[in-house]
Write a protein that binds this ligand. Structure first.
Ligand code: URA
Ligand code: SF4
Length: 213
């Protein structure tokens, strides 16, 4: 099975999942979006109102802000994978409960294994706690740590930065560091340093070069 097929299978399993009570109130499950080849994976908390309506992650107000943050990092949504620690909306946007996080983790674990990203960016404390139990976000945000086969960078949740103006420069600064951290991670993991923009130009140039002959 290819990684892409594995991701589709996970999404299908999520949509039929009844492993925790969140299935009872969900409208649409939100397995996550992005290519199987993504080098960066973002992990948020859980679907909110709009995500539950649409079945896609970060499509509400914090999603708009996330788009801005991604452009700060020089990446687009199409090239990253965006998931959450729970795939169904906690009613009223309450915090996910420990048993819900535990029940849903098999899906996240399988997504990480299939995508095998160089970098995981955790957004908010539930996602951070999965990798750094007991860490303080104010102390560790933006710092990249190797965990197993990849690097993990904890960041503030975009919604937190939207509601607390003081956090905005921090989260913008952390996203701006991502391109350099990605190259650092690639080097450490022995993965190729790909200049995405240059690659696009090469694809564009190709037909023109052929026309010369
Ligand atoms: N907040 C999250 O953590 N995840 C989403 O998908 C949307 C908002
Ligand atoms: Fe299943 Fe996760 Fe949804 Fe709970 S939140 S029902 S474990 S997919």
């Amino acid at each position: 099975m290819t990684a892409e097929q594995t991701l589709s299978r996970i999404a299908k399993e999520v949509s039929a999942c009844t492993k925790c009570v969140l299935y009872e109130s969900r409208k649409k499950s939100v397995p996550g979006d992005g290519p199987a080849t993504a080098e960066i994976m973002f992990i948020g908390e859980g679907p909110g109102f709009h995500e539950n309506e649409q079945g896609h992650p970060f499509v509400g107000a914090s999603g708009k802000f996330l788009d801005q943050l991604l452009s700060q990092a020089g990446v687009t949504r199409e090239e990253v994978f965006i998931a959450n620690v729970v795939k169904c909306r906690p009613p009223g946007n309450r915090d996910p409960l420990p048993e819900e996080l535990a029940a849903c983790d098999v899906f996240l674990e399988a997504q990480i294994a299939a995508i095998n990203p160089s970098i995981i960016v955790t957004l908010g404390r539930f996602s951070m706690n999965r990798f750094f139990p007991g860490a303080k976000i104010s102390a560790v945000h933006g710092q990249m740590k190797k965990i197993g086969e990849r690097f993990v960078i904890p960041m503030f949740h975009p919604a937190a930065a939207l509601h607390q103006a003081a956090l905005k420069p921090s989260i913008l600064g952390d996203f701006a560091k991502l391109p350099d951290q990605l190259n650092e991670a690639r080097r450490a993991l022995g993965r190729p340093i790909i200049e995405v923009k240059r690659k696009v130009e090469e694809v564009d140039d190709h037909p023109r070069q052929l026309n010369l002959f």
